[in-house]
Structure formats: structure tokens, C-alpha cells
Design a protein around this ligand. Structure first.
Ligand SMILES: Cc1cc2nc3c(=O)[nH]c(=O)nc-3n(C[C@H](O)[C@H](O)[C@H](O)COP(=O)(O)OP(=O)(O)OC[C@H]3O[C@@H](n4cnc5c(N)ncnc54)[C@H](O)[C@@H]3O)c2cc1C
Length: 436
């Protein structure tokens, strides 16, 4: 498409930010509407997969990402007795691949700095309606904006614009959520691993190295504690001490990391949705990011998918002559990739977050052997890394991206080797786990 378009983006999260960068670079006239008076990251950290890293490489942001993020080579989950449940290495897929843990604030800043059009960001501007032409949007003060050639809804998992596409197959909130926060990494021993500890599916602690962020050189961990959404209130009423004692029982080293947590408000609450759309656009309104395909964070894919959506929509607008054809191309390409991740997230979430102890017992027995089976192992690794495409296909990774990633990680390793780290002793505790 050679014509520059007038484009509205609703929401300045990862999907909205990436689209603002990419579409402005392609000379489209972009306006972004964000409800927050001071836009910024919500939550702690996340894991970028090779799929999302490739999208950031295409945006020429990989060096900055690796400057701040923490290279992750292994995904490891165990019971408090030390029985491994999950043990996956990116090297099992390709020795040159890895994930990168990042603070939300770091990616937010990198994308924000990369957008050459920030004066077109309307903050404190919550979009509450779209007109029947699907080309004008109304903010909460009653002002109409537009008409636009294209309205992109990137308003997140609880999207208010999603229903306007009129293709909702499923949209529900998961019964379980999480508490999460950033903690100083200190002398945490597992600098390149996502580490999780489970008590059946009722309790889960996760610790992910997420590196630094611009303006703050303290390397951090993203901490995750799973609990049912209806348990948020009881957790708050009980106060911090019993909860910290419980963590001490399950994972003393994790409790040490929480030393600076003195008030419950230091932990943010997260809930998540499962939203499946038959179609991702109607007229000139199109969905991207969680607005198009909200899923639980069990597979750690949402940010990665949002970045891939942005690249795919940019490319479709470049390739096709008309907007309708571009949106059809974008939808076809992204739906073909996303559905499998939504499927697995839906099935895996109760395996890690529920009261179904028999499911957790089966998980503890079968998950690791399944990850060793020929065929099973490759599929699991590709799903985790975001590179599985449909049941039998693979998402192609560019050889130039893989070479750049490997070179940057190797030079980072050399710098890191110069910094001594004191490993902590493995926990010897073994609290009783529910078995029935
Ligand atoms: C606990 C947890 C852990 C996670 N871990 C990972 C991980 O490891 N890896 C990973 O890839 N993903 C992870 N995710 C998922 C990831 O956070 C999301 O998929 C991703 O943030 C979606 O980006 P988005 O831009 O679509 O939506 P969001 O980041 O939610 O952005 C939406 C934006 O729209 C704005 N907005 C909403 N409504 C309006 C409106 N009406 N008008 C104007 N603005 C509006 C919001 O204020 C927000 O800024 C995790 C999620 C959770 C909850």
C-alpha cells in the first residue's frame, strides 16, 4: 500500500507501542489514545521468547533489549522436595537460542524511545465508543476523534472494543490469578533460569531474572505467586507475616529475596482472561495483542504475540493494495499461529493453577518424561519458544536474527563471566504436599 493512512491506536501497551513505532516508520499518520494519565508498565516482568525477540530484532531493538534483559537458558520447575516437574533447555531446540527475561518498565521505555511521534499520544483519554462507520472513536469526555482509515484496538485483555468486531467465540476470566512484583536479584544463584516451585496445583512460586531497566542498574527478579482470584481479599486480611512464613516453608531462598517487601501493596494483583475471536476485524476496526487473543500467562506468550501481531499488521499493510485485503491477510496469518497457544494455555492453566490435586499428581509424574519423548520434546520446546506453527509446522526464524542473537549473547556472557556470583545452597525442606 503506497498511500499513507490515518490510523488510531487505542491503548499504549506492548501491542499499541510496537504498532505506533512500526506504522509511524512507514509514514502513516498515527494517533494513540491511552486511558492512563501517566502511561507506564503494569506488573513486574515477563519472558521474551525467540519469536518475540525476532520481532524486536526486525524493529532494530535487539541490542537495547539485550543490554537490559537477562538471558534465560532453562525453564525449571520442581516440588519443594526437589523433584523436577519441568526441565526445558532452549539449547534442546537450537544451541544458539535463548529467552530473555525483561522488566516491563524496560520494554516500555525502549518502545517509547523508539517511537518518533510521541506528540501524537493522547494520555488520560479512555475510548468509550466507536461510531457505526467504525472509523471514529469517542473518549470519556465525549469528544469524537477521526474519521480514521483504520482503528486498531490494542486495549488489552479486558478490551471494550473487542465486542464491536462481533466475532467473540469465548471471553471469560480465569478463576485463578497471581500476585507479582520485582525484587533485587542479589546473589540469586539461577541467573539464567526461570525457576518455579509447585505444591500440587494449589501453590506456585516463580522467579525469573529480568535484568535492569533504563535509569536503574539494579538487576532484578520478577516474583510470581499464584492464588485464586477470590482469595485476594483473604490474603490481604491475613497480613504479610503468615504468607511470608509459608514461603519460608516452601522455598527459603525465595523468602530471602522478599526481605524488602514490608507492605502488601508492593505486590500487584493480576487476573487473566481467555478470549477467542472468530474474526479479528470488522470494517475498519481491527484487534491486536490481548484484545485479539487474551490467554493465561502459563506459556509466557502474550507480549511475544503482541509483537508478532504488530509486525504482521505492518507487513500486510505494506503488501496489499487495499485495507480490506490487508486485514484479511493479517487475520489469516496471525490466527493460524495463535490458536495453538490459546489451546495449550487453556489446558495447561488448571494443571498449574487449580485445586485438582489428581491433575497435579499426573503432571508431576508425566510432564518431565513427556518432555523427553522424541516428537513430544520438540513440540513442547517449540510451543514454549513461540516457534510452533499449527500442529505440524514451524515458525521460521531468520538465520541473520539467530546469528545476531548468538553474537550478542556470547559477548554478554564474556562480560558477565567477569562478575563473581555466590551460589545459594539448595533447599533441604520438604513440606507435606496435598495428594488427594
Ligand atoms: C502475571 C502475568 C505474567 C505474564 N507473563 C508473560 C510472559 O512471561 N511473557 C509474555 O509474553 N507475556 C506474559 N504475560 C502476558 C502479557 O502481559 C500480555 O499478553 C501483554 O501485556 C499484552 O499486551 P497488550 O498491549 O495487548 O495489552 P496491555 O499491555 O494490557 O495494554 C493495553 C493498554 O490499553 C490501555 N487501555 C485499555 N482500555 C483502554 C481504553 N478504553 N482507552 C484507552 N486505553 C485503554 C491500557 O491502559 C493499557 O495501557 C503475562 C501476563 C500476566 C498477567
Amino acid at each position: 500500500m503506497s498511500k499513507a493512512l490515518d490510523i488510531a491506536i487505542v491503548g499504549y501497551g506492548t501491542a499499541g507501542q510496537a504498532l505506533a513505532v512500526l506504522l509511524t516508520r512507514d509514514d502513516h499518520r498515527v494517533q494513540v489514545f491511552e486511558q492512563a494519565p501517566t502511561p507506564g508498565p503494569v506488573g513486574a516482568g515477563f519472558l521474551l521468547q525467540p519469536s518475540g525477540l525476532q520481532a524486536l530484532w526486525e524493529m532494530q531493538l535487539l541490542p537495547q533489549v539485550l543490554e537490559h534483559g537477562a538471558v534465560v537458558r532453562r525453564l525449571y520447575g520442581e516440588t519443594p522436595c526437589g523433584r523436577a516437574v519441568m526441565d526445558m533447555h532452549y539449547a534442546g531446540l537450537d544451541a544458539r537460542l535463548c529467552g530473555v527475561g525483561m522488566q516491563r518498565g524496560a520494554l516500555f521505555s525502549l518502545l517509547d524511545s523508539a517511537w518518533q511521534g510521541r506528540e501524537a499520544l493522547h494520555v488520560d483519554s479512555r475510548i468509550v465508543a466507536i461510531d457505526e462507520t467504525l472509523r471514529r472513536v469517542q473518549d470519556h469526555r465525549g469528544h469524537w476523534h477521526g474519521p480514521f482509515d483504520l482503528v486498531i484496538a490494542t486495549d488489552g485483555s479486558a478490551s471494550g472494543l473487542r465486542a464491536q468486531v462481533q466475532g467473540t467465540r469465548l471471553d471469560r476470566v480465569y478463576p485463578w490469578g497471581a500476585l507479582w512484583c520485582l525484587l533485587p536479584r542479589g546473589d540469586w544463584a539461577f541467573g539464567d533460569e526461570l525457576r518455579q516451585r509447585y505444591v500440587a496445583a494449589r501453590k506456585m512460586i516463580g522467579l525469573l531474572p529480568v535484568g535492569t531497566r533504563p535509569g536503574d542498574d539494579e538487576p532484578r527478579l520478577s516474583f510470581f505467586w499464584s492464588l485464586p482470584r477470590e482469595g485476594f481479599g483473604a490474603w490481604e486480611q491475613a497480613g504479610l507475616e503468615p504468607w511470608l512464613d509459608e514461603i519460608e516453608q516452601l522455598w527459603p531462598e525465595a523468602r530471602q529475596r522478599l526481605q524488602g517487601v514490608n507492605v502488601q501493596t508492593q505486590l500487584a494483583r493480576a487476573s487473566y482472561r481467555d478470549a477467542v475471536m472468530e474474526r479479528w476485524y470488522r470494517g475498519r476496526l481491527v484487534l491486536a495483542g490481548d484484545a485479539a487473543h487474551s490467554m493465561s500467562p502459563q506459556l509466557g506468550q502474550g507480549v511475544n504475540m503482541a509483537l508478532l501481531d504488530a509486525i504482521a499488521l505492518r507487513d500486510a499493510l505494506r503488501t496489499e493494495i487495499g485495507i480490506d485485503a490487508a486485514l484479511a491477510r493479517y487475520q489469516g496469518q496471525r490466527k493460524a499461529h495463535v490458536w495453538l497457544y490459546q489451546f495449550w494455555s487453556r489446558w495447561l492453566t488448571p494443571v498449574f493453577q487449580s485445586e485438582r490435586d489428581w491433575v497435579a499428581n499426573a503432571r508431576d509424574l508425566l510432564f518431565k518424561p513427556m518432555g523427553r519423548m522424541p516428537g513430544g520434546r520438540g513440540h513442547m520446546l517449540r510451543v514454549l519458544s513461540g516457534t510452533q506453527h499449527g500442529l505440524f509446522g514451524k515458525l521460521a526464524l531468520d538465520s541473520a536474527f539467530i546469528a545476531d542473537l548468538q553474537a550478542a549473547v556470547t559477548s554478554g556472557d564474556r562480560r558477565h563471566d567477569a562478575m563473581p556470583m555466590t551460589p545459594l545452597a539448595e533447599s533441604a525442606c520438604c513440606p507435606t504436599e496435598p495428594t488427594s
